[in-house]
Ligand binder design. Structure first.
Ligand SMILES: C[S@@+](CC[C@H](N)C(=O)[O-])C[C@H]1O[C@@H](n2cnc3c(N)ncnc32)[C@H](O)[C@@H]1O
Length: 256
């Protein structure tokens, strides 16, 4: 009974918020894709087979050392950690921040799109990674967790003086990603995917980001062990997937 009440409350949450209710289409598509949604074991086995160390992934991208944002920008990072302590709920965990920081610092992208913000650790890594590239802008998409009331805290760790180079689109990816890409005139240099972890969500948004990515641009997806979307997508586009383990999960990287 409580499961039914929970579902009805979730449905109401979506229906009473017009900017998020379009996500219901995705929830229905997930149901249609349910076999693909249950491919975690296959994806995990694949990740274990193909994973290489993070340093090697960087090396293949022409970068010879990892840099840590908390060492290079200690004050900003400490301020972010203080801000995180003021968040009264638990949101989604951080992506591979030192990897994101190292890549953005080395390759100097100027049009960056990320999906999924929560506290904002990966956003912070991108904003700090591009701090010396004055023209760089980060656009993030985020739809808050249904019923959690975490809207005011999305991106909370990002210090105020870094926010002028950041735009947050508070809509589900299905609407927000095309907007973010359009904002950059249709072409982006860097994409980080860390929002809807379903097969359905990834297979909608991976191609959109990939199509907009310029040649030589970098695409990163978090948690690729969740289902076979990343494996299938990399095969579809015919690009060598670079995968590394990070804190017991796997991150996938593609260079266009
Ligand atoms: C794992 S957290 C992001 C963590 C963040 N990248 C970091 O490194 O700190 C995932 C975020 O994506 C949001 N999200 C989930 N599904 C989404 C969707 N369909 N569209 C946009 N955001 C979504 C969640 O509410 C949450 O804020």
């Amino acid at each position: 009974m409580s499961a039914i009440i929970n579902k009805v409350e979730t449905l109401w949450w979506y229906l009473s918020r017009p900017s998020y209710s379009v996500q219901l289409i995705q929830l229905f598509r997930r149901f249609l894709n349910r076999e693909k949604e249950r491919t975690r074991s296959e994806a995990m086995r694949w990740c274990q087979q193909v994973a290489i160390p993070m340093e090697e992934v960087l090396y293949k991208l022409g970068i010879d050392k990892i840099e840590y944002p908390w060492e290079v920008y200690t004050d900003y990072w400490q301020e972010a950690e203080k801000r995180a302590k003021r968040v009264p709920m638990v949101m989604g965990g951080a992506g591979a921040v030192e990897f994101i920081f190292t890549i953005t610092r080395a390759l100097k992208p100027v049009r960056l799109v990320e999906t999924g913000v929560a506290y904002g650790w990966s956003t912070l890594a991108m904003l700090l990674g591009t701090l010396e590239t004055e023209s760089a802008r980060v656009i993030s998409t985020d739809m808050p967790y249904p019923k959690m009331g975490n809207e005011p805290y999305v991106g909370y760790v990002i210090p105020e003086d870094l926010r002028q180079r950041w735009l947050l689109i508070r809509k589900p990816d299905i609407l927000a990603v095309p907007k973010a890409i359009k904002h950059f005139g249709g072409t982006i240099d860097f994409a980080h995917y860390d929002s809807d972890k379903s097969y359905t969500g990834r297979m909608l948004t991976y191609p959109r980001l990939w199509q907009a990515l310029r040649k030589g641009g970098i695409f990163i997806s978090d948690d690729v062990q969740d289902n076979i979307a990343f494996k299938e997508f990399s095969h579809q586009i015919g690009v060598e997937p670079l995968v590394f383990e990070y804190k017991g999960k796997y991150v996938g990287v593609l260079k266009k």
